[in-house]
Design a protein around this ligand. Structure first.
Ligand code: AKG
Ligand code: FE2
Length: 373
């Protein structure tokens, strides 16, 4: 494992950030200034109680969401309907898992996975090629039809359509390897199910934002990309945090954009999430009690011909305390080839992106920018 960083010649006060994209790594010039607080116009708090109201209420919500997705594609949602106990219980079990000795986590390791499920340790991934290796542990779990509320009561939920079969990537061994933590699987899956239900409602709002019928994406989210992660960012030593430039501070997850349509990101109150503004300066998406962060991601940028933003973000846990977050990544059925939607194209704005399926998109993106450690 290497911990070197790449240095490139930069303007004073800036550095060159490398980002993984479909076309390989791209470079952005970024300010070295300490991150500032986000304004409410940049990362607004949106009350989504209207999601559960009538059509007029949902249209009204879409108008508010439109501004946010066209700015940075980052916003907080409140009154999201996921019960606090469900979130607390998942968070509590996540900590129980990570705080075990390493050899007790090993049976759940990603090294036993065919499809990138399970646990990996700190410093084993480098999300951004020019930044240090990620100082975080994570536990990945992926879509299993038998857990999906719309399929779980079917006679045989694992009897999925042929086209989708190769994309069913959930693996049982991660739950067997964690069965000694009482209630772990059920706490995490219950949280995941709530996220999935919320995501299916939210994508209807995004359809309205795009001037499409509300149910536009329903038929292509029957076996969706619905992958999720428990993230654990260890606290950093007081000596490092006390030094003025915090030079020894480690990045939790390097700079990146998310891949699918959007992410529901629950974070605890420790803080550390940062978002890159248009001028290449970092802004803090500080935690707000009772909210979940929503960020729109690469595949939705493609479908919307660039209208929805997919903004670069990263995490620095600059606290002595451990931080956890529980992102849920939502995309269409991975085998479904999708084009830029008709409402985002006209003579002056031809489609900037080729039709592609989200499964293919993710595979190509990983191949174009395979993590180097
Ligand atoms: O932990 C966080 O706040 C962000 C995590 C993240 O960006 C990701 O897992 O893609
Ligand atoms: Fe992310």
């Amino acid at each position: 494992m290497s911990t070197t960083t790449t240095t490139t010649t930069s303007l004073p006060g800036t550095y060159q950030l490398q980002l993984r994209t479909l076309d390989g790594n791209v470079v952005r010039t970024v300010s070295i200034e300490a991150p500032r607080l986000a304004t409410a116009a940049e990362i607004p708090v949106i009350d989504i109680a209207r999601l559960f109201g009538d059509f007029e209420a949902r249209k009204d919500l879409a108008t508010e969401v439109k501004k946010a997705v066209e700015t940075y594609g980052f916003f907080y949602i409140k009154n999201h309907g996921i019960p606090e106990e469900v979130i607390d219980n998942a968070g509590k079990h996540a900590k129980l898992f990570f705080r075990q000795p390493r050899d007790e986590k090993e049976p759940a390791s990603t090294v036993h996975s065919k499809f990138f499920n399970g646990w990996f340790d700190v410093h084993t991934r480098r999300t951004s090629p020019a930044e240090r290796a990620d100082n975080k542990e994570a536990f990945f779990y992926r879509y299993q039809p038998e857990n999906d509320p719309i399929h779980k009561d079917e006679e045989d939920p694992s009897a999925v359509p042929e086209g989708i079969k190769p994309y069913i990537r959930g693996e049982r061994y991660i739950w067997d390897a964690t069965a000694h933590i009482e209630g772990f699987e059920s706490a995490i899956i219950t949280y995941w199910q709530h996220c999935l239900q919320l995501a299916r409602r939210l994508i209807r709002v995004f359809a309205l934002v795009l001037d499409l019928p509300e149910n536009y994406f329903d038929a292509v989210t029957t076996y969706p990309g619905a992958d999720a992660v428990l993230n654990f960012y260890p606290g950093q030593p007081a000596s490092v945090l006390a030094s003025e430039d915090k030079k020894g501070a480690e990045i939790g997850i390097g700079s990146h954009t998310d891949l699918q349509c959007f992410t529901l990101l629950w974070q605890d109150m420790i803080g550390g999430l940062q978002v890159l503004d248009v001028d290449g300066r970092w802004i803090k998406a500080s935690p707000i009690e009772g909210t979940i962060v929503v960020n729109t991601a690469d595949f939705l940028t493609r479908l919307s011909n660039g209208k929805f933003k997919s903004t670069v973000h990263r995490v620095f846990n600059q606290s002595e305390e451990d931080r956890i977050s529980m992102p849920f990544f939502f995309g269409p059925n991975p085998n479904e080839t999708l084009s830029v939607v008709s409402t985002c194209i006209d003579e002056e704005h031809p489609a900037k992106y080729e039709p592609i399926s989200c499964g293919e998109y993710m595979m190509r993106r990983f191949a174009a920018s395979r993590p180097d450690n």
